[in-house]
Design a protein. Structure first.
Length: 197
């Protein structure tokens, strides 16, 4: 009991994977011991009408009163999570607004962060030339710098350009990850090499 995830947290743009991973970690911490899980199971069963010592039956009063199969702890927890306000689906808590594939395919090309997501080194270079006083370490509304976004997406040319304009390799995002850690989680070896220079 109390099992925690054994894998790394998915990349920042894998919304579903991150939500599942976070939910798994939270549940593992919340129900750390077998007695915690058992007590939660009993509480949920009581909420659903079970009375201690009374077997659940199917069609009470009929001659063939068969025992109803008790729901598993997972089924009870799933029922509970479906009723919670902060749960959008059976994936877990909503972390952020998921961008539609159409919006994701065309990021804002008039912002530093949009250009970092886009990955077009030439457009970013023009933008930086036109805005020489821009803070390349500025964070977006989610706490990511342009370098974080480029490292997660695997845009090596953009990473190189941002580093040349003073982007910090040590800046941490809202999840306490550096650009290097995001590149490692995403498996972008070329970017890892750039950041190690």
């Amino acid at each position: 009991m109390g099992r925690q995830p054994t894998t790394s947290r998915p990349g920042l743009l894998d919304f579903a994977g991150r939500a599942k991973w976070d939910s798994w970690k939270e549940t593992g911490a919340k129900y750390a011991s077998e007695s915690d899980v058992e007590q939660r199971y009993i509480d949920l069963a009581r909420q659903l009408g079970w009375i201690d010592g009374t077997p659940l039956t199917h069609g009470e009063g009929s001659e063939e009163s068969e025992e109803e199969e008790e729901p598993s702890a997972e089924e009870l927890l799933a029922r509970e999570s479906d009723s919670e306000e902060n749960v959008a689906s059976d994936m877990g808590k909503v972390m952020s607004t998921i961008v539609s594939s159409e919006e994701e395919a065309s990021p804002d090309l008039h912002s530093l962060h949009g250009l970092a997501l886009n990955g077009d080194q030439g457009l970013l270079e023009e933008y930086l030339h036109a805005n020489p006083d821009i803070n390349v370490n500025e964070r977006d509304e989610h706490g990511y710098s342009a370098l974080h976004l480029a490292c997660d997406r695997g845009h090596a040319g953009v990473v190189r350009l941002l580093l040349a304009h003073g982007a910090s390799k040590d800046l941490k995002d809202a999840d306490d990850f550096t650009p290097m850690e995001l590149a490692k989680v995403s498996g972008h070896e070329d970017i890892i090499a750039l950041l190690q220079r």
